[in-house]
Structures are given as structure tokens and as C-alpha cells.
Design a binder for this molecule. Structure first.
Ligand code: HEM
Length: 452
């Protein structure tokens, strides 16, 4: 097919079936399908998922156009709206003036000083987890990281202890994520109120997560003191008497969104980091050497961060190699031209971190895990959107600095004390749901390190 057939102005793309378009191939292996589209059709690709035609852009400059330069022509895409049953109208899914107001309200909770103040909690909670670990144990690093990051986000943002709820919350999260994938995969979807097994499972999972959140909110309501954390800020906004305060429902939606967006992503990143380090002993040895040199026999603090350079590069490279947010989508709300093609109202544009982060035009030997590639200012030399694990433009991840800091500190705190080796030789496969997670966890065996 030639580019830009003028009659329809559609970019080239893979042929699909008349009824379902490319949906069957997409469902079978999403990552391989996106890679094939880029390899065979280039920077602008047209696909059809059932009745929906979509446009994929694979060039950093085009990603920048969609996320930044022309962001006003787009809203979040149809698949994300399927999460509304769980997330409601929180920061991730809301739009327009309403989103802008909420973003402004929540942003101060992520300022640098606030993150610095949270680092002691991040390290203390990790040490608390390590106190339950022992030499020779086999563990699932994914599960452990999920529990730990959930406890941390609850403590840092809502000053709540959810250690008793963490296991239940993880199961509920898993249900929510799997139901989300099932929904995207289904062409003809029954409404949420129809009691299908998937809808019933989802409702139970949401009730479980709601119960945790409402307990946290109620506890705080009963004890009205301002603790200066995000929950206090949200409750204050709710109390405003000028009619713009938040309703109870809105309060629940924002807390649920931060709870969900704020822990699974970081947990996946850490689980992938443990997997990649175990597969790359040289990278792991450099990590241990840095920790021994910078920390010696004490846990890390905020002030150590500038010196934990290798640890930071391990996190950066992990987010390149296994970007936990692997696909972003935007839907056009006005006719717009991207890459020389017309994007009509209602069409979704997809941008995949998985594809762009593995493009040899930007990254040498992209399928190798090499933290050292970030050493000499690569980030500055790259086109701005060749690496975009946290998205970009006005909807950039609000928790990006929190997540990077947390990932570095948790990795450092754990790797200082333990070496994690893979319990089996079986490769861990990435499962692309709403996030990119290890399909069946990451089973590791612990070996206690001799601390100096
Ligand atoms: C490694 C960890 C993380 C990654 C890779 C990540 C990635 C992303 C990405 C790519 C987006 C943009 C989505 C889009 O444009 O459609 C996003 C948005 C968001 N993230 Fe994160 N995130 C991480 C951690 C966190 C944490 C720790 C929090 C909060 C504590 C958080 C809260 C949010 C929220 C609320 C949004 C929506 C922002 C808005 O639209 O205004 N994320 N994240």
C-alpha cells in the first residue's frame, strides 16, 4: 500500500478480517503486533480494532505532537474510559476544566520537598519487610513489591496503615486489571449492570478496594486534625464553602485513582528490575559495589540519591526495557493532522513505549539491558519523546518523581541486604494488561549479603 492515499488520507497498515479488523492478531500478542506494525509500516500506521479504526504513531516527534503540541485536540482514549467503573472520575480519567482544577489541587502533594519528606517512610517500610525475610527463602518478588508499594503509597499520601489489607487489595487489583483486559478484548460488551461473571467479579473487587479507602477516609474524618498530607488537602477542598468543594464521590475517585496508579506501576518496575538484574550479573555486581561504597552498613537516605547513580540508571533502563505503561492512547475531539495524515474526530491515536523504547534509531542494541547507556547524557541527546515512560505534556504522570525516588530507594535498601537469584530457568513473560506486568510473578531465592 502507498502512503497517504488521498481519498481517505489513511496511513498504511496491516490487512485484517472484514468483521474484526486486526483485533484477533492484537489480542493474540499485543506487543508482537505493535512491533510488526512499526517494522512493516513505519512511523504512521492505520489499524482497525473491530469497528474502530485507530492510528499508531511510532516516531518521538509525532508522540510529542499528540501529547504536547496538539494536546488540546485530544482526550483520553476509549479503552481508558472502560476503567471508569473502578476509578470513577479521578485524575487519570477526568477531562477539561474539571481535570485542571483537580490537578492543581493535588500537584503540591508531589512537590520535591514533600517527596523528600517521604523518603524515610519508603526506607523504613522496606526495612520492615526485610525483617520478615531470611536467607535461602524462595519468594515472589512481584507480590512482595506490590504489597510494599501499596503500604508506602497509603502511608505517604493518606497517612494510613494498610498492612493488614495489602494482601486482599492485591487480589482485588489483579481482578480489576484482568477484567479491564477482558473488556478491551470484547467487541460487543454488555453494560456494567448486567450480572456476567466478569462484571460480578469486578464489582466484588471494587467493593473490597472501596472498603479499604472508606475506612481510611472515615478514620480521618473522625479525627479532623490537618496532618499536611494529601488526604487532609482533599478533605479541606471538600469543606470549601464556595460550591467548588469536592463531593464524597469525588474524594473516593481521587483516592482510588492515586491508590491504583501509585503502586502497581512502581511494583512492576521493581519486579522487572529484580528479574533483569538476576539475568545480568555484571549489572548486579556494579549495583552491589555502588551500595557498599555509598552506604556501607546503613540504609539509604534522601541525601544519598545523587550518589546512587548506577542504581538510578538501573531503574531508568528497566523503564526503557519493560515500560510498565506500554501504550498510551488519545482520541481526537476535533479534526487534526498528525504526520501528514488527517485524524478525524473520534479516532484513537496510539503511542507505544514498548515500540519506541526498542527502536534502534534511538537506542543502540535496544534489546540488550545496558544501564550504562544512560551514563553520558544520553537522555539529553535523544529526541525528547524517544523515552517517555511517564507520558508527557499536561497529562504527564503526577507521580513521576515520587516513583523514580521510590524505585531507587527500594532497590538500594533491598539490594544492600540481599541478592535475589531466579528460582527457575523459565523466562518471565510480560503480560500487557493496563500495565506491563510479569505474567506469573518473579520467583526468586534470597541470599543474604555480608554487610560491611
Ligand atoms: C514507575 C512508576 C510509574 C509509571 C511508569 C507511571 C506512568 C504514568 C503514565 C505514562 C501516565 C500518563 C498516562 C496518559 O497520558 O494517558 C501516568 C499518569 C498518572 N500517574 Fe503515573 N506512573 C508511575 C507511578 C505513579 C505514582 C507513584 C503515582 C502516584 C502516587 C502516579 C499517579 C498518576 C496519576 C494520578 C496520573 C494521571 C495524571 C493526570 O492525568 O493528570 N503514577 N503515569
Amino acid at each position: 500500500m502507498t502512503a497517504a492515499a488521498p481519498a481517505q488520507s489513511l496511513p498504511p497498515g496491516p490487512k485484517g478480517s472484514r468483521l474484526t479488523g486486526n483485533l484477533t492478531e492484537f489480542k493474540r500478542d499485543r506487543l508482537a503486533f505493535l512491533e510488526r506494525c512499526a517494522r512493516e509500516y513505519g512511523d504512521c500506521v492505520s489499524i482497525r480494532l473491530g469497528p474502530r479504526r485507530a492510528f499508531i504513531v511510532n516516531h518521538p516527534d509525532l508522540v510529542e505532537e499528540v501529547l504536547v503540541t496538539r494536546n488540546k485536540s485530544f482526550i483520553k482514549h476509549f479503552a481508558l474510559r472502560l476503567t471508569k467503573a473502578t476509578l470513577g472520575n479521578g485524575l487519570l480519567t477526568s477531562e477539561g476544566d474539571f481535570w485542571r482544577r483537580q490537578r492543581k489541587l493535588i500537584q503540591p502533594a508531589f512537590h520535591r520537598e514533600r517527596i523528600a519528606a517521604h523518603t524515610a517512610t519508603m526506607v523504613a517500610f522496606t526495612e520492615r519487610m526485610l525483617a520478615t525475610w531470611a536467607d535461602g527463602q524462595t519468594r515472589d518478588a512481584q507480590e512482595d513489591m506490590m504489597r510494599l508499594t501499596l503500604e508506602i503509597v497509603a502511608k505517604c499520601l493518606f497517612d494510613a496503615d494498610v498492612s493488614g489489607d495489602a494482601a486482599g487489595a492485591s487480589v482485588a487489583m489483579e481482578t480489576v486489571l484482568r477484567s479491564f483486559t477482558a473488556r478491551v478484548n470484547t467487541l460487543l460488551r454488555l453494560p456494567d449492570w448486567v450480572p456476567t461473571p466478569t462484571n460480578l467479579r469486578l464489582r466484588r473487587a471494587i467493593r473490597r478496594l472501596d472498603a479499604i479507602l472508606f475506612r481510611v477516609i472515615d478514620e480521618r474524618r473522625r479525627n479532623r486534625q490537618d496532618r499536611g498530607d494529601l488526604l487532609s488537602m482533599l478533605l479541606q477542598a471538600q469543606d470549601e464553602d464556595d460550591g467548588t468543594g469536592m463531593t464524597d464521590r469525588q474524594l473516593r475517585d481521587e483516592t482510588m485513582t492515586l491508590f491504583m496508579a501509585g503502586h502497581e506501576t512502581t511494583a512492576n518496575t521493581l519486579a522487572w528490575a529484580w528479574y533483569l538484574l538476576a539475568l545480568h550479573p555484571e549489572a548486579e555486581a556494579r549495583l552491589h559495589a555502588e551500595l557498599d561504597h555509598v552506604l556501607g552498613d546503613r540504609p539509604p537516605t534522601f541525601d544519598d540519591l545523587p550518589r546512587l547513580k548506577w542504581t538510578d540508571m538501573v531503574v531508568t533502563e528497566t523503564l526503557r526495557y519493560y515500560p510498565t505503561v506500554w501504550l498510551l492512547g488519545r482520541e481526537a475531539i476535533e479534526p487534526v493532522t498528525i504526520g501528514g495524515y488527517d485524524v478525524p474526530v473520534g479516532m484513537t491515536v496510539f503511542m507505544s513505549q514498548w515500540v519506541v523504547h526498542r527502536d534502534p534509531r534511538w537506542f543502540d542494541d535496544p534489546k540488550s539491558f545496558r544501564p550504562e547507556r544512560w551514563a553520558d547524557g544520553l537522555a539529553k541527546r535523544l529526541p525528547r519523546y524517544a523515552y517517555f515512560p511517564f507520558g508527557g505534556g499536561p497529562r504527564v504522570c503526577i507521580g513521576n518523581a515520587f516513583a523514580q525516588t521510590e524505585s531507587v530507594l527500594l532497590l538500594a535498601t533491598i539490594a544492600r541486604r540481599y541478592q535475589l537469584s531466579l528460582a527457575t530457568d523459565a523466562a518471565v513473560t510480560p503480560l500487557p494488561t493496563m500495565t506491563l506486568r510479569p505474567d506469573k510473578g518473579v520467583k526468586v531465592v534470597l541470599a543474604q549479603r555480608a554487610t560491611r
